[in-house]
Ligand binder design. Structure first.
Ligand code: GDP
Length: 139
């Protein structure tokens, strides 16, 4: 059975460029309900932990630096089949390959500074939501 939540982050460059509002509007228009949301800056250690699965990848160090370089918006989004629906809304990891009308096509700078994160599985959506939010921070 498909799950109904996914975890997103609006990444530092997108926040810095003033795209948090427009991205949240797209999320809203696409029919996601916000269960939880916070504006925060990840420490280097937190970014390392969040992206631990990519530890062996050549871009890991740069990614951790980038993700801890400025404030982000983290949110749990609710919708039927949320993981797949949100990945469709955000588009491909590399914004030059993202479909027109997707968040990354509109607001991403490059493959690293690609505007938003979206969970890649129901299992990870739960792990990532627990990483950011306690029970009393969800509505
Ligand atoms: P996602 O699920 O679409 O976010 O993509 P991945 O899980 O494969 O990668 C996680 C994040 O690492 C991406 O969102 C990018 O910020 C970054 N990333 C992925 N591939 C590359 C790459 O080839 N080079 C760099 N610099 N960053 C990358």
């Amino acid at each position: 059975m498909n799950g109904n939540i996914t975890l997103t982050m609006i990444k530092p460059t997108a926040v810095k460029n003033g795209y948090a509002g427009p991205i949240l509007a797209m999320i809203n228009q696409a029919g996601f309900r916000i269960q939880a949301m916070k504006f925060m800056k990840l420490s280097k250690e937190q970014a390392q932990k969040f992206y631990e699965v990519h530890k062996a990848r050549p871009f890991y160090k740069d990614l951790v630096e980038f993700m801890s370089s400025g404030p982000i918006v983290a949110a749990i989004l609710e919708k039927e089949n949320a993981v797949e629906a949100y990945r469709e809304l955000i588009g491909a990891t590399d914004p030059s390959k993202a479909e027109k009308g997707t968040i990354r096509h509109r607001y991403a700078g490059n493959i690293q500074e690609n505007a938003v994160h979206g969970s890649d599985s129901d299992e990870n959506a739960i792990i990532e939501s627990d990483f950011f939010f306690s029970r009393v921070e969800r509505y």
